[in-house]
Design a protein around this ligand. Sequence first.
Ligand SMILES: Nc1ncnc2c1ncn2[C@@H]1O[C@H](COP(=O)(O)OP(=O)(O)OP(=O)(O)O)[C@@H](O)[C@H]1O
Ligand SMILES: [Mg+2]
Length: 496
Amino acid sequence: MRDDTILTLHNISKQFFGVSVLTDINLDIRAGEVLCLIGENGAGKSTLCKIIAGIYHNDTGEMRYRGEPYAPESVKQAQEAGIGFIHQELMLVPQLTVLENIFLGAEKRLSFGRMDWKEMRGKTQRIIDELELDIKPDDLIADLSIAQQQMVEIAKAIFSEYKVIIFDEPTSSISRKNTEVLFKIIRQLKEKGVVMIYISHRLEEFKYIADRVTVLRDGCVTGTLHYAQTSPEEIVRLMVGRDVDFSKYQRKADFHEEKLRVEDLHSKHIQPISFTLNKGEILGFAGLVGAGRTEVLRAIYGADEAIGKIYIDQQEVRIHSPEEAVKHKIGFITEDRKSQGLVLGMSIRENITLPILTRFWRNFRLDKSKEREVAEDNRQKLRIVSKDQEQQTKTLSGGNQQKVIIARWLESGVKILFFDEPTRGIDIGAKSEIYDLMRQFTENGGSILMVSSDLPELITISDRVIVMRNGEKVKEIRERGEINEENLMRLMIGVE
Ligand SMILES: Nc1ncnc2c1ncn2[C@@H]1O[C@H](COP(=O)(O)OP(=O)(O)OP(=O)(O)O)[C@@H](O)[C@H]1O
Ligand SMILES: [Mg+2]
């Protein structure tokens, strides 16, 4: 063993219900390094980190931390040892304020047992400033955007002064600016000697922070590489076992048959906007986080109060609620998995077929085998990593939960689909499956409005792009050749 090793994992294995999720993981994490962890959805990244963080216990193998045996019984024990974990899914208490969440479990008290609010507020404000956040200590978590909540989660971990910090996909929902600040903080923490494990599906982020990269595949380590000595291609190959090429998704096509038209639609959050979505088309929305893209979708969907005209198949319609939107055959895959109606206590099958059960009624009986067939078909098509279709969705990895939601909407018979960050948290291999499904949906006559912060994704899959800035449509790009990273970025930021 090297003497700069901080944490060693030796032959760590873990099963859930008899299925191996991790097999003989060997890994050492060294002083002063950022170890990046990458792998497909369901590869076992979060599970591995949860073992280190005291949330799960390994079945076999052992860990050593600073030269001593380490086997945390609980999160608290891991934290007391100096190991903190920032969850992939948000874990804050929505009914409490920013300050209360940051100090939860570590409240500062005055000598009589009363809380020292002044001290806590001051400290919270300092962290907020350091992270360049646009929030106040007394803001309620429930009122913050997903991106802001994620930053509070990060603030909480930084505040706790851990010696080892594990970031589980911290950037999947935050803005570019937040991401830059986060990387700055990671570098500062590194200087202070904090060791970090960093999980992300965004390979391009590694160049800013990575010392070494470990690739997981089907619960095994397929390689640990020095970042400086490897290439993205090599990493992807270790991840999915093949080369991935998205260029085949670019197409040049003309669409003429109007499906959805919006005229002067505006709400509290957006300036009047007009545009058309054609049958078979994928229309992308570009913009920085907060530019009003999601708000456009919400306004059409009846999720926010809005004024303006909406036409479907040339007929004016009024949509006052999401239920009415669904009646008009519009579906909405939102960016927040947790609140978008995945019933976590139910199985993959139930989550896919629940809204369409009537389809399986034959002669007053539920045709269970047909139902199972549809669920199974989707499970295979989308490669939902799971034991079988009866597995509860709460035990699926984050990316695989997202796939279940996509499967549900694709089966629901809608004609227009809103995709808000469709592949957030989805690995490179599965991305191409989701693109295939989007394409299939449009080739069968469906139309898609897609919001994405992933520029390569927008460029690859959109037929046309609308760029938004500060709640306003600033440009509609129709020429495929003009849909490129440089143009989009310039319009998004507003430099001409
Ligand atoms: N509590 C649990 N019960 C049963 N199976 C589980 C449980 N937690 C995780 N799994 C399974 O373990 C496997 C690995 O999941 P994990 O969350 O570690 O993947 P991941 O690499 O983090 O994926 P993602 O990139 O999608 O977040 C998955 O197949 C998942 O369904
Ligand atoms: Mg995960």
